[in-house]
Design a protein around this ligand. Structure first.
Ligand SMILES: [Zn+2]
Ligand SMILES: [Zn+2]
Length: 282
């Protein structure tokens, strides 16, 4: 037994202690208030200022949560302009279908699909592509919570059903990240991770190079290029068999397919896709 040092039993008078989680919660609330003062929230569709109370902390508390639903971050009339994929959609990728008699979209009927299934929120039209363009290329990172909350509001239940163990964003190249300052899919994955409690694993997939100049290449050469552009980090995926891949836009599905292939090669068993915008049928 270690003898107690003299005087060690004298404890300093107890002072009220602020626990770490209190400090961080206050910090978050303060940050949100400060941010909306410095950057008053703008509607992601018309980019005009939103009424001040739409993000007020008091109103959020009244709603019983510390995070607003997507609807509080956009004018109702502007929300109505974003066309949701509804009615019949491709049973594989989630793309809207032109008729109720179809089960799969053109691409899913003609291409190999290694992912289990996918869902997309908005039809990729002028309104949604403007929103994504602003978010991605005009660095409107403040639109990310609206996009992520919209995804969660629409597909939270679906995510619970498919039970992914990790949210993996489609990667961008280091060069693009330097230019853009952030990976738009990774930011959405992080915000969805906060809502769902499922960890986001940005490091699981790496984009080795951009594949921009693809013109003049054959379909096969383009495919090989794209396949070589991605790599998966098996170490980051250890013990993970179910992955939800996150991206901002889904068009032909080639990127989703190649990312899925790399994840499967790294030991993942099942992959699903979730995207904010998804191409219209043709
Ligand atoms: Zn608006
Ligand atoms: Zn499809």
């Amino acid at each position: 037994m270690i003898p107690e040092e003299e005087g060690s039993t004298k404890m300093p008078p107890e002072r009220p202690v602020m626990k770490k989680e209190h400090i961080s919660r206050i910090g978050q609330a303060g940050n949100e208030a400060l941010l909306s003062f410095l950057y008053p929230p703008r509607c992601p569709v018309c980019e005009k200022l939103l009424p001040a109370q739409s993000l007020s902390l008091r109103r959020l508390r009244e709603q019983g949560g510390d995070r607003p639903s997507a609807a509080g971050r956009i004018h109702p009339a502007c929300l109505a302009k974003l066309r949701r994929v509804g009615g019949s959609y491709c049973l594989k990728c989630g793309k809207a279908l032109s008729g109720p008699d179809q089960e799969y979209c053109y691409d899913c009927r003609h291409e190999i699909r290694s992912f289990e299934g996918g869902r997309g929120l908005w039809v990729y039209d002028e309104v949604s592509s403007d929103l994504i363009f602003a978010y991605k290329y005009r660095r409107k990172r403040e639109y990310a919570p609206f996009i992520a909350d919209s995804l969660y509001d629409a597909f939270g239940e679906w995510i619970r059903q498919i039970r992914p163990q990790a949210l993996v964003p489609v990667p961008i190249s280091a060069r693009k990240r330097r230019l853009r300052g952030f990976n738009q899919a990774a930011l959405l994955a992080d915000l969805l991770s906060m809502r769902t409690g499922i960890p986001a694993k940005e490091e699981a997939l790496i984009r080795l190079r951009s594949t921009a100049p693809q013109k003049g290449l054959s379909r096969q050469a383009r495919r090989e290029n794209l396949s070589r552009a991605f790599a998966a980090d098996a170490g980051a995926l250890e013990g993970i068999s179910r992955v939800l891949l996150i991206d901002d836009i889904y068009t032909t599905g080639s990127t989703a397919q190649f990312c899925t292939q790399k994840l499967l090669q790294a030991g993942v068993r099942h992959v699903w896709i979730l995207t904010a915008c998804i191409g219209a049928p043709f």
